[in-house]
Design a protein around this ligand. Structure first.
Ligand code: EPU
Length: 436
């Protein structure tokens, strides 16, 4: 396995170009199955999750071709209705295949996604949408089996206890576009990634009203055609680099973004005293002043994104005063906290809130990444810390941050990708102690 060695305390400076959105690209790959014609996706981030998705689509029978590092062609002339467990288990987002397989073939079998370190991730709302349209759904031997030969449009409320569901909404939309009659989806997620999916489906010939809202009206059509679509910029990658500037006291231009996707995040930083200039497709951050403590509550869009919660915890760790970060989307998504404590942060968890007393300096330490965003938070903490930080299990980062260490390196950060065997002996023995 590979690790990062980070030499901290260097302010980041320069320009960074943001890649296409992972959480847009994955459902868009799935949506390409809704037609038998060719779809070309551009601005696709070069990530391991995207490669998994391409592999699954090939296993389903689609012709999948990489045109260049950020463009793909997908032509699913004839596909099968079941996805292999060996591939699906590697990536929760493969649940997005349920909608297109049901819509195109009238049936689907997808292994149920398992547990996940960021919390309980049920699929009851996906199933509610399917049943609302008249499909038979059963769970047998860990596989979700759907028979949807006789489905028709209906009004369905798909909100849940923790708000709307992003991939559940994506699935419901992808079924409704090819289902006869009018489907009204109340309580839909309105994340920019869902709006991006709707825009691509419209250019394939779908009939969707209410894009970007919680109420979608979809009139089913009999056939969709291929299209060429450019994936939106990754708002979470953008937010991560903005926090990297803030945490290192650097000056950064984060470009190729859509600032309207970052409203609640930028508002939080502005009210905390971060100075930045907003342009049409970039943000210029200058962080000569220390920022004030942060009070954050994560919520579905347009609220503060849960996917930036771990990174903001890292920033709060070195922000003087008392910050309170409350997680409302995944109430137990705090796996990064014990690792930040190893670096000298002062944090306690009370219910679904992290109470953070900012310290002047974090200290480099060996830390273990547990999921994608927790890993990003540890890298940010390492950039700000005194001394060396060793981040283990960085394969999580490769799932969601294109070219992370090189992009950071161009901004002046000292981040090296090494083989695990290069961990110093003292850390190796600590690791075996932790694993025992
Ligand atoms: N939920 C239910 N029932 C369901 C589905 C979800 O109760 O049937 C609950 C979840 O337990 C959670 C909340 O609803 O409390 C929101 O979950 P959602 O379904 O929106 O999450 P998701 O679609 O599985 C996507 C992103 C996640 C991101 C969440 C929330 C993709 C591929 N994944 O997941 O991204 O955290 O929305 O915004 O789009 C990441 O990129 O690191 C990541 C985890």
């Amino acid at each position: 396995m590979e690790i990062f060695r980070i030499q901290g305390s260097t302010p980041l400076e320069g320009r960074v170009k943001i890649s296409g959105s992972k959480n847009s690209a994955l459902p868009l790959f799935a949506a390409a199955l809704l037609t038998d014609e060719e779809t070309i996706l551009e601005n696709v981030p070069n990530l391991s999750d995207v490669n998994f998705m391409a592999e699954i689509l090939s296993e389903l029978g689609a012709e999948v071709r990489r045109i260049n590092s950020n463009s793909w062609s997908i032509r699913p002339v004839s596909i099968i209705h079941y996805a292999p467990y060996e591939l699906v288990r590697k990536m929760r987002a493969s649940i997005c295949l349920l909608g297109p397989l049901v819509a195109r073939l009238g049936r689907a079998e997808i292994p149920m996604p398992g547990g996940c370190v960021i919390g309980n991730r049920p699929i009851d709302l996906h199933i509610r949408a399917l049943r609302g349209l008249g499909a038979d759904v059963e769970l047998s031997e860990g596989i979700v089996k759907v028979d949807a030969k006789q489905i028709s449009g209906n009004s369905i409320f798909i909100g849940g206890r923790n708000g709307s569901t992003v991939t559940g909404t994506a699935n419901a939309i992808m079924i409704a576009v090819l289902t006869p009659g009018l489907t009204v989806l109340e309580g839909s997620a309105c994340e920019p990634e869902i709006a991006d999916l709707c825009r691509m489906l419209k250019s394939m010939g779908a009939n969707i009203e209410g894009i970007g809202s919680h109420l979608l009206k979809i009139e089913g059509v009999t056939k969709l055609k291929g299209c060429r679509h450019k994936v939106i910029p990754d708002r979470i990658e953008a937010g991560t680099y903005i926090i990297a500037a803030a945490i290192t006291g650097g000056e950064l231009i984060v470009e190729g973004i859509d600032p309207s996707h970052l409203g609640s995040f930028l508002d939080l930083l502005r009210t905390s005293g971060l100075r930045y200039k907003q342009h049409k497709d970039s943000i210029e951050i200058s962080t000569s002043q220390r920022i004030n403590p942060l009070e954050v509550v994560t919520l579905p869009f347009p609220g503060f994104p849960t996917d930036l919660q771990a990174q903001i915890c890292a920033l709060a760790s070195i922000t003087p005063g008392l910050s309170i970060i409350t997680e409302r989307v995944y109430p137990s998504r705090f796996m990064h906290i014990p690792e930040l404590l190893r670096m000298g942060a002062h944090i306690s968890i009370e219910g679904s809130s992290a109470i953070i007393r900012g310290t002047d300096k974090l200290k480099g330490a060996p830390v273990m990444a547990s999921d994608l965003r927790a890993s990003a938070a540890l890298v940010l903490a390492g950039l700000a810390a005194e001394g060396e930080t060793w981040v283990q299990r960085i394969y999580h980062l490769d799932r969601g941050y294109e070219n992370f260490e090189n992009k950071l390196g161009e901004l002046g950060a000292i981040v090296e990708r090494l083989d695990e065997s290069e961990l110093p002996k003292s850390i190796y023995s600590l690791k075996s102690h932790l694993n025992s």
